[in-house]
Design a protein. Structure first.
Ligand SMILES: Nc1nc2c(ncn2[C@@H]2O[C@H](COP(=O)(O)OP(=O)(O)OP(=O)(O)O)[C@@H](O)[C@H]2O)c(=O)[nH]1
Ligand SMILES: [Mg+2]
Length: 336
């Protein structure tokens, strides 16, 4: 491997990198959070190990690699191996701590009962742009480069019925991503298991779009997600503005241009429908007596969307989004 690299370098007169180190370079350049940086440091270790082997083989040719380091009883190779092992353990320890913290956030999020929508797809397909268009979050920075997003981030958005949902921006897919990288980055895909709905974004202008779809679905299948979640994936055909005479033939997909804000209303409606289905939430209009405790109860236990006061008899029609369990409680309490 190294040898081929050296030969190519001298033949072409430029530096040569393999796929693994190119991806590592991009990741390192784009990592923002501590967790992403640590994931990369971890992914780097197998690479450093193989480099070490090459170096030692090289030293051995000069009769130096397996020599003992003064007084330590360890060879150069053994010292380096041990240091790498220590480094690996340390990184894994810190990552584990961060992971526990994330789990805590996750349970908190669950308690607050905001539906979670994971946005997935190939790198550069427009996930961040789409979330930006859906939420109006100006803190999001889509970029025309591979792996612009390396950290799983969450963004609040409103559904047509004014239900608040959380969109999770995920790390993009890449064909033939080096195996070790997948391993350490699959940790960041873990969150997907806890989402209520998955939005699968496809760059429909990409020549490899069909293969990409197959790969994404394969990876999702391997994450062992609940079947209900797998079955309710919403497919989005993005970048239709780049496809001349785009024909929308797939009735199960929503065609959009995230960049130009096309198709957002239809997509939001589709997402809302899936969210209500997945979370067992209902949209109801309930008539309440304004003198009673019902309205404040509903404010506490459900999402109140609007109130129509009927002046004649102190009643109001209240439109709410309510979980079926909360509605059960409501009926028990106020409509016995
Ligand atoms: N023409 C066009 N360009 C788009 C559209 N959506 C996104 N893009 C562009 O595609 C590029 C990538 O967009 P991102 O939103 O960063 O893609 P991503 O899927 O988040 O990429 P990663 O974070 O790298 O996985 C940017 O230059 C966007 O402006 C679209 O509907 N039409
Ligand atoms: Mg992104």
């Amino acid at each position: 491997m190294r040898l081929v690299q050296k030969e190519l370098e001298s033949a072409w007169g430029v530096k040569v990198f393999d796929r693994y180190s190119v991806v590592l370079h991009i990741f390192r350049f784009n990592a923002r959070t501590k967790e992403a940086k640590l994931q990369i440091a971890l992914a780097e270790i197998p690479y450093l190990r193989s480099q070490l082997k090459n170096e030692v083989a090289h030293l051995d040719q000069q009769g130096g690699g397996s020599r003992y380091i003064m007084g330590s009883g360890e060879t150069f190779m053994e010292v380096q191996q041990r240091l790498l092992k220590e480094r690996e353990l340390k990184i894994r320890g810190v990552l584990e701590k961060l992971r526990r913290k994330r789990q805590l956030l996750r349970t908190k999020r669950k308690r607050r009962e905001f539906p979670i929508i994971s946005v997935m797809g190939y790198t550069n397909c427009g996930k961040t742009t789409l979330i930006k268009a859906l939420t109006g979050d100006s803190g999001l920075h889509p970029r025309n480069q591979l792996f612009a997003t390396l950290d799983v981030t969450t963004h609040a958005g409103l559904m047509p019925s004014r239900l608040t949902v959380l969109y999770v921006d995920t790390i993009g897919f890449l064909s033939q991503l080096p195996h070790n990288l997948i391993e350490s980055f699959s940790a960041t895909l873990e969150d997907v298991t806890y989402s209520d709905v998955i939005v699968h974004v496809r760059d429909i202008s990409h020549p490899e779009s069909t293969n990409q779809k197959v790969n994404v679905l394969n990876v999702l299948q391997n994450l062992q997600l609940p079947t209900q979640l797998l079955d309710s994936i919403i497919e989005v055909h993005n970048k239709i503005d780049l496809v001349e005479g785009y024909q929308h033939t797939d009735p199960n997909a929503v065609a959009v241009s995230a960049l130009h804000g096309l198709g957002m209303q239809e997509l939001k409606e589709k997402i809302e429908e899936a969210v209500l289905q997945a979370t067992g939430k209902l949209i109801l209009t309930i008539q309440v007596d304004l003198a009673g405790p019902q309205l404040s109860w509903l404010y506490k236990e459900a999402t109140v969307q609007g109130i129509d006061v009927l002046p004649e008899d102190g009643l109001a029609n209240v439109r709410v989004i309510i979980s079926s369990s909360a509605y059960g409680k409501y009926k028990k309490l106020f409509q016995p």
